[in-house]
Design a protein around this ligand. Structure first.
Ligand code: LLP
Length: 396
């Protein structure tokens, strides 16, 4: 497996750690820029919630992308990485006062507002500062996405956004508020979406809403369709770059724009997912004899690879039943079947079950691919563990 990861450079690095291949990241960013350039009015704001590693952020900033934040901490982090404040969109259902103040002080591009009480608070704080806040409304389009239930966001039952039916009333209210500048609409239907039809459904919903608002004399400048484009977790080696061509072309075909409108995207996973791997060391390989029950033909021996990374380092398998393609990058021996598990005192601390790995022994390095998004950033210190460090290929 040395051809996909430079295992020789990992010898003296403390495990577990994240490894970011900046060549893949740069190729991904180039692909995004190449596709959006075709349309002229398309702007991608990288969703920093996927990965806020400063070194990764600097590469993304060099490519000229804007940024999507969901907290004051994220705003501080992206400013530190050098992103200009006027490319920040700021979303979130529960913005605190200090976060709204920060956004106003820094002069961000736009607040994505999710409720009337939030709109009123932003109006009040902006008034105290003698400023006008640019806002888009986050609309819950009630479009289901074909993805895991925990990462579907665009259904009426989810906590996000404002119902389509309430939009007109809300925009008219916004126009009466002195310190609010209404700019447009924001949507997001979910994450890890691979079926372009889901984005077609969203476009159709947006078209309906635009027609309605237009007949009510409401002018929209910004349409933010959120993020959600998925990546190939099953075969990241063959498909390191997501299908940006079809993604942007789908919106271009189905979303009906009025003159002067700009379309904004908040891609997270598709930008950083495939450039990252979690590298972990094998602490033990153990075999458990399975108890044989009367009708059980399958009883035998089960082999566990116990690695030094746990759900604290990569929580996606435990939280979303996610599967990250896993390789033993130290072994070329014939494959055997293993369960790969971590050291945390939780039975959900399992990375994968019954997978094929080259014969594995203590001390081998295991790589879990497609871990650049929602990996390092979701790490925790449960069990008093040390947070994993993220290194780029430029430094290792
Ligand atoms: N915009 C909004 C409003 C969002 O809520 C999200 C993600 C994004 C953009 C970026 O979505 P992306 O392009 O990355 O799909 N931790 C989960 C994913 C949670 C996504 C939350 N919202 C996971 O590991 O799969």
């Amino acid at each position: 497996m040395t051809q996909i990861l430079p295992v020789e450079r990992f010898a003296n690095v403390r495990t577990p750690f994240y490894y970011y291949n900046t060549n893949i990241l740069r190729q991904t960013l180039a692909a995004i820029n190449e596709e959006t350039a075709k349309y002229g009015n398309y702007f991608v704001h990288y969703a920093v919630k996927a990965n806020a590693n400063l070194k990764v952020l600097k590469v993304i900033n060099e490519a000229g992308l804007g940024i999507d934040c969901v907290s004051g901490g994220e705003i501080q982090q992206v400013l530190k990485a050098g992103f200009p404040a006027n490319k920040i969109v700021f979303a979130g259902v529960g913005k605190s006062d200090w976060e709204i103040e920060l956004g106003l002080d820094e002069g961000i591009f736009c607040f994505n507002v999710e409720s009337i009480p939030e709109l009123e608070v932003i109006n009040e704080i902006a008034g105290q500062k003698g400023k006008k806040a640019d806002v888009c409304f986050r609309i819950n389009p009630n479009v289901g996405a074909h993805t895991h239930a925990n990462i579907t966001t665009g259904l009426a039952e989810n906590k996000f956004g404002i119902a389509m039916e309430d939009m007109e009333k809300l925009i008219n209210l916004a126009k009466t508020l002195d310190n609010i500048n209404f700019r447009g609409l924001h949507f997001h239907i979910g994450s890890q979406i691979l079926e372009m039809d889901d984005f077609v459904a969203l476009s159709n919903r947006i078209n309906e809403l635009q027609d309605k608002l237009e007949s009510a004399g409401i002018n929209i400048e910004i349409i933010n369709v959120g993020g959600g484009l998925g990546i190939d977790y099953a075969d990241p080696v063959a498909n390191p770059i997501p299908n940006f061509k079809d993604y942007f072309a789908t919106y271009n075909k189905h979303l009906k724009l009025r003159p002067g409108q700009t379309v904004h995207f908040e891609l997270g996973r598709a930008v950083v997912g495939q450039c990252g791997a979690l590298i972990t060391k094998v602490n033990y390989v153990k075999s458990n004899t399975l108890q044989k029950f009367d009708n059980d033909e399958e009883a035998g021996v089960k082999k566990f690879v116990i690695v030094d990374a746990g759900m604290t380092d990569l929580i996606r398998p435990a939280l979303y039943d996610a599967h990250h393609k896993t390789y033993n990058i130290s072994s070329d021996e014939p494959e055997e079947t293993y369960d790969v598990v971590g050291p945390i005192c939780e039975s959900s601390d399992v990375f994968d079950k019954g997978i094929q790995l080259n014969k594995t022994k203590r001390g081998d390095l295991i790589a879990m691919l497609s871990a650049g998004a929602y990996g390092e950033i979701m790490a925790s210190q449960y069990n008093c563990r040390t947070l994993p460090i993220g290194y780029t290929s430029d430094e290792l």
